[in-house]
Design a binder for this molecule. Structure first.
Ligand code: HEM
Ligand code: HEM
Ligand SMILES: [Fe+2]
Length: 445
């Protein structure tokens, strides 16, 4: 850790890791409902537990992104964060909003739009948090007068995410319009501006882990940004097939979204390229695992499994089945969970003031392989469930509940692999705790 104020990131990462654990716990609660008999049936319904599961995911991933920014910006701009106090106040407010939202869901207070269930007043709170964050970061960079492409893409991604969030706050009476703009947040986040955040974090980590030349590496980043915008913006159309908009969206959505894997492919190629050059020599092996892992797993989960159901001819049958759940899990984990875990494992030794070489990596490697293996298994179980569900329900015409009964075995497989995954999460949290608190003294990198 070169700058004292980078310690802010530790608080964000700690919150992130704990909320990740809680998210997974609510995953089990949600899965229990598919397996039944459900002991929580009258206390917590599926819609509520799933909303808590997915909202906690968004909150911990965004907390990780903000922590990453507080870690990266001082190093990129070579200056302390403008206001450390503001950063902590921001975190407290952000977490308070998260807690109020979750408690509200438990009492049935919800705006009811998948991923955007937060009631309107809390959404205003989120806007305030984002403004606090962006002002602090921008004043930091202005103080230093030093911009880099990597942090420009990161901050650009985060600022655009905040801006797009506002399009999800406009109330509509018309259901089609409501769906139409909801995707400006959900799709344009994960397949647009969050991809920039991913690309920037990947660039930051790869440059440091491989010692590669920044100039060359940042050129790649432009390619990734270009491919993302080229495919992702009009790719939104792959959510417009069945919501009541004109038919030309079938073509636009199909063609442009089919190009989306290119951006993920570019990121994998980027990581592979660096890996070959550096020969994986960096002593922080854990960060290397998570970084390369994220580049590969996001390509599989988002690129490949996204492509699998993006054509209208396929999506017509698979829409809203476990095929979506299969893709959603691996994509979110591969891209946005893993890159955060990469950043956290990269920064941990620096916080504790321990040289990378002397860090015990056994537990951390268990965490990596249990999570990667578990998620791979979950994806397989969900693929089997999704294909069977699509066939029985949509093609053979069996009823929803009848189909559910026939796919119970896949839910059991989902449960078994989830347990493996959860063991990895516990190992990660344990390893995080073992690494210790940040040292008060600044250790020169
Ligand atoms: C990291 C990037 C990505 C993440 C995190 C992600 C995640 C998700 C999630 C959570 C959903 C469910 C959304 C909802 O119903 O509210 C979804 C749907 C979908 N995704 Fe992705 N996705 C990513 C990239 C992609 C890509 C690159 C493609 C295409 C090549 C794609 C194709 C689709 C399609 C077609 C649906 C609609 C499924 C349906 O009709 O039920 N996704 N994605
Ligand atoms: C032990 C682990 C987990 C279990 C048991 C679990 C379980 C579940 C269940 C039961 C659902 C509802 C599916 C449906 O609507 O049919 C769900 C949805 C979801 N989960 Fe998980 N989950 C786990 C871990 C994760 C992780 C690690 C992530 C991401 C990093 C994640 C992301 C999501 C997303 C994005 C959705 C919404 C998917 C969709 O729209 O179809 N989950 N999960
Ligand atoms: Fe999408």
């Amino acid at each position: 850790m070169t700058y004292q104020s980078q310690r802010i990131a530790y608080a964000y990462f700690l919150a992130s890791v704990l909320l990740f654990g809680l998210q997974v716990a609510f995953g089990f609660v949600s899965l229990a409902k598919y397996l039944g008999p459900d002991p929580l049936l009258n206390v917590l319904n599926f819609a509520t537990s799933k909303a808590i599961h997915t909202n906690l995911l968004l909150v911990w991933v965004l907390t990780g992104f903000m922590g990453a920014a507080y870690y990266m910006v001082p190093e990129e701009s070579r200056v302390e964060i403008y206001s450390v106090r503001l950063a902590y106040v921001q975190l407290a407010l952000w977490l308070a909003i998260g807690v109020i939202a979750v408690v509200g869901y438990l009492f049935g207070v919800t705006a009811g739009r998948k991923f955007l269930e937060m009631p309107q007043p809390l959404k205003y709170g989120v806007v305030v948090v984002m403004v606090m964050f962006l002002v602090n970061i921008l004043l930091t960079i202005r103080k230093a007068g030093r911009w880099t492409t990597t942090q420009g893409v990161l901050i650009g991604g985060l600022a655009s995410a905040a801006l797009l969030f506002v399009s999800g706050m406009i109330p509509f009476d018309n259901y089609t319009l409501d769906r139409f703009y909801r995707w400006w947040v959900v799709h344009l986040w994960v397949e647009g501006v969050w991809e920039l955040i991913l690309g920037a974090m990947l660039a930051f980590l790869l440059i440091r882990l491989s010692g590669a030349d920044r100039e060359v590496m940042e050129k790649w980043l432009y390619v990734i940004v270009g491919l993302t915008f080229l495919s992702g913006i009009l790719g939104t159309g792959h959510h417009y097939y069945w919501i009541g908009v004109p038919q030309y969206w079938l073509w636009i959505g199909g063609v442009f979204s089919a190009l989306e894997p290119l951006a993920f492919l570019a990121m994998t190629a980027y990581a592979y390229n660096l890996m070959r050059r550096s020969g994986l020599a960096h002593p922080n092996t854990l960060a290397l695992h998570w970084t390369i892992g994220s580049a590969v797993m996001s390509m599989l989960g988002a690129g490949l499994l996204g492509l699998a159901h993006t054509w209208p001819q396929v999506n017509r049958w698979t829409h809203g089945t476990h095929i979506t759940t299969m893709h959603g899990h691996m994509a979110f984990f591969g891209a946005y969970a893993m890159i955060n875990l990469a950043m956290i494992t990269y920064a941990l030794p620096a916080f504790a003031g321990v040289p990378d070489e002397s860090r015990d990596t056994r537990l951390g490697l268990w965490a990596f392989w249990l999570m990667v293996g578990g998620m791979f298994g979950m994806t397989m179980a969900l693929a089997a469930a999704g294909i069977t569900q699509t066939y029985l329900e949509r093609i053979m015409g069996f009823g929803y509940l009848e189909t559910q009964q026939k796919i119970q075995v896949h839910y059991l497989m989902w449960l078994a692999t989830s347990i493996v995954f959860a063991a990895g999460v516990i190992a990660f949290i344990w390893d995080f705790a073992k690494a210790g608190l940040p040292r008060a003294t600044v250790v020169k990198a």
